[in-house]
Design a protein around this ligand. Structure first.
Ligand code: UD1
Length: 329
């Protein structure tokens, strides 16, 4: 298939481009580098030995998107082009609604105009709000605590409503749990600008001495050791989940969790990282972060049944590959 990957230079997008190219698909990337760089595109081509077509374009810009669609015949679109920092979304709600919602509208309009019927959307487990884990796709969505989460809910609704008007439109709403790790070559990875918001990039920076100590947000949750529990998934497993979704995609809306189904606490992740990589990660338990849940992990039966996909890589591989990428990038 010939696939347009919006946001293909980002963390999850670039790993998915690798998986697409390695599975024999052709890839056209549109990215404005708002949180990524051209080096990533070079690295994707280098490590797959294949070329992709690249446009530096903002996918909220309808004219730019139209011009890309006029130059290619796409079989499907994967939409990763979103802002993702929860705290920033509270400070800049309009920037988040504009970027994350408008991009969905513009890309979907282009698909309708050009007869492209497959659409894969990067959603998030955040849409489950504070439902109890394991989180199943059949649960009702609950309010999220921030504009970032709302943009995911709204984009899911837009795509669902469009599918109701066209019985040939095939949409996958992929709800990601907590992606970590990197391609095993060490040539790709997550390079957040500024202070990391997420746990693994913070652990890595503490391990290399760039920061003194990891703040552990809350030690009094009703969990195995009092710290927050999440479902960490290797980014290459996540990337391969997109290939499975694309290949099995049929008309209609398909909501699927991409996670491992296993919960890991903050301290369990820290210990695993130290043991696998032979490094120290000093930490200090501080107050809870507002909006955080005690526990969040996936029900994974639907992904297995509908996509024939399960996450394969271990927590140790996630820790090893995050650390390798940090040292080689
Ligand atoms: C967060 C977002 C989620 C978003 C996802 C991807 C919140 C409340 N949720 O998920 O909506 O889809 O990122 O961007 O922000 N932790 C620490 N110290 C740190 C950082 C994190 O203890 O310095 C803890 C957190 O309290 C949590 C766990 O580590 O228990 C994972 O945190 P994080 O990586 O930020 O992911 P989520 O909060 O699950």
């Amino acid at each position: 298939m010939n696939i347009l990957v919006a946001g293909g230079a980002g963390y999850i997008g670039s790993h998915t481009c690798v998986a697409l190219l390695q599975s024999g698909h052709s890839v056209v990337v549109a990215d404005n580098f708002s949180n990524s760089s051209h080096e990533t595109i070079v690295a994707v081509q280098h490590l797959t030995g294949r070329k992709l077509t690249f446009y530096e374009a903002d996918v909220t810009d309808a004219a730019a998107v139209e011009s890309i669609f006029l130059q290619h015949r796409f079989d499907g679109v994967i939409h990763f082009a979103g802002f993702k920092a929860v705290g920033e979304s509270v400070e800049k709600p309009l920037a988040y609604y504009r970027n994350n919602v408008l991009s969905t509208v513009v890309l979907t309009e282009a698909c309708r105009r050009h007869g492209v019927s497959r659409f894969v959307f990067s959603s998030s487990a955040t849409v489950y709000g504070d439902n109890r884990s394991p989180l199943l796709e059949t649960l009702p969505l609950l309010p999220t605590t921030n504009p970032y989460g709302e943009t995911k809910v709204i984009s899911e609704r837009i795509l669902t409503d469009v599918a109701k008007t066209d019985s040939s439109f095939a949409v996958a709403l992929l709800r990601y749990f907590n992606p970590v790790g990197a391609h095993e070559s060490g040539l790709l990875g997550e390079k957040p600008k500024g202070t990391p918001n997420n746990l693994m990039p913070y652990i890595v920076q503490v391990a290399r001495g760039q920061r003194d100590c990891l703040p552990v947000f809350g030690g009094d949750y009703p969990t195995v050791d009092g710290t927050g529990v999440r479902d960490y998934i290797h980014v290459m497993d996540l990337a391969e989940g997109h290939i499975a979704a694309l290949s099995s995609l049929k008309a209609g809306v398909h909501v699927v969790n991409l996670g491992t189904g296993k919960g890991t606490s903050v301290l369990q992740l820290v210990k695993a990282f130290e043991a696998v990589n032979g490094v120290r990660v000093p930490y200090e338990v501080v107050g809870r972060r507002p909006g955080d849940l005690a526990e969040c992990y996936a029900g994974v039966g639907k992904a297995e049944r509908d996509l024939g996909w399960t996450a394969k890589r271990s927590l140790a591989e996630m820790c090893r590959d995050s650390w390798r990428a940090e040292r080689s990038l």
